[in-house]
Design a protein around this ligand. Structure first.
Ligand code: DOR
Length: 398
């Protein structure tokens, strides 16, 4: 697809530049002033900010098997509405993503719908059983596989986790850790997260595997990751918009890991400032009202992530918009190996136009997601996604 965007205030992790951008055959081919081209679609972006589209390292689209909560189509539309053109999907579907068959089903469905790029994670242990990693052999020659994770459950057996890391190291897969020691889940969710974080960092150090810590939420885990990075471990981490925006003082919304204390939020913000935190992962976790009432943890987040992060980080905490772009686009694209995430010639023409001055009220009834489970309904934030462009093609417009 070809597209010319004019008069945009362009911002990415490195630069801020006002001008025009030309996308030819889906790729950014020219950036400059006064670009003119006949016979292609033109968008006048005057007054708006153009950023690389967002990439989510952590989302649940529930397809196959739990499509009453979300499916590939509704999840893709929700992503596009949130300014995202790439997602990394967790494997706690039904059946669980432990076989080629299920993973191929997801990939094909994502391509059929064709709105966004999807990386489907494979489970670390077969069917989240915690015991066997034999099924991973079937993925040895899978060129598309990027990450393995038992997200939602975690891997309790340390020797199994170590074997999985050794295997991942050989295949250059990322091991994504849902850090929760289940033996502590009913006793102390802080210890549950911190123990597993420390264990997985240690195992990554020993095995030299690429480790990505999902939804990091405590001061101690941030500190442990900071130390591991200083020691040279191959570790990255994500934080969620809800662990940035909420504290236990104002919300007891059920999510896993739980909403934490003010000190934890401050540690996350410090971690963002000093580079300990690599990216934002939404942990978009759609559930029905009935499932929430029965206790399912999680909230939707892919449609609200930008407004929440822009308001909390840039407006309230003095983090630059370039840094936000690094967290939401550049670093996630780098981690997942996608040719996106910056406004640079040769990158995919995946962009998002946002209005930074617009104040919005979050309205769950307007979500494209099937999930309406959010504690943010009715809250006011700054920044609205106006258009999402993938490969020069409009995939969402307000
Ligand atoms: O709150 C959560 N919900 N945390 C998880 O790790 C899993 C997720 C889900 O799948 O609903």
């Amino acid at each position: 697809m070809n597209l010319l965007i004019k008069n945009a205030n362009m911002i990415d992790a490195y630069e801020s530049f006002c001008g025009d951008i030309l996308i030819i055959d889906g790729i950014i081919t020219e950036i400059g002033k006064e670009i003119n081209k006949e016979g292609i679609d033109i968008i006048d972006a005057k007054g708006l900010t153009l950023m690389p589209s967002f990439i989510d390292t952590h989302a649940h689209f529930r397809d196959p098997g739990l499509t009453y909560k979300e499916d590939m189509e509704s999840g893709s539309r929700a992503a596009a509405k949130g300014g995202y053109t790439g997602v990394c999907l967790m494997g706690n579907t039904n059946p669980i993503c432990s076989t080629k068959e299920v993973v191929e089903y997801v990939r094909n469905k994502a391509k059929e719908i064709g709105l966004i790029d999807v990386h489907q994670c494979v489970s670390i242990t077969e069917n989240f059983g915690g015991k066997s990693i034999e099924h991973l052999n079937a993925f040895d020659d899978d060129k598309e596989l990027v990450a393995i994770t038992d997200d939602g459950v975690g891997v309790m057996d340390s020797s199994i986790m170590m074997k999985a890391m050794e295997k991942a190291k050989k295949n250059n897969w990322i091991v994504m850790s849902h850090a929760e020691d289940k033996t502590f889940s009913k006793i102390d969710m802080r210890i549950a997260e911190d123990l597993m974080t420390i264990r997985d960092l240690y195992l990554a150090k020993v095995t030299k595997a690429r480790l990505h810590m999902a939804h990091v939420s405590t001061i101690e885990s941030i500190e442990a990751i900071r130390r591991a990075k200083k020691e040279g471990s191959n570790v990255t981490c994500e934080v969620t918009p809800h662990h940035i925006a909420l504290t236990t003082e104002e919300s007891n919304y059920r999510v896993n890991p739980p909403i934490r204390e003010k000190e934890d939020v401050n540690a996350i913000i410090e971690g963002i400032k000093d580079g300990t935190v690599d990216c934002i992962g939404t942990d978009h976790a759609p559930h029905t009202e009935e499932d929430k009432a029965k206790g399912s943890p999680g909230m939707v987040g892919i449609e609200t992530a930008f407004s929440i992060c822009y308001t909390e980080l840039v407006k309230k905490n003095g983090i630059s918009i370039n840094k936000l772009s690094e967290l939401m686009s550049r670093n996630p694209a780098k981690i997942l190996g996608m040719n996106k995430g910056s406004i640079t010639i040769g990158k995919d023409g995946d962009l998002v136009l946002v209005d930074l001055n617009k104040e919005i009220v979050i309205d769950k009834e307007k979500f494209a997601s099937k999930g309406k489970n959010t504690p943010f309904h009715g809250r006011k934030y700054f920044g609205e996604v106006i258009m999402t462009i993938k490969g020069g093609k409009l995939i969402y417009s307000i």
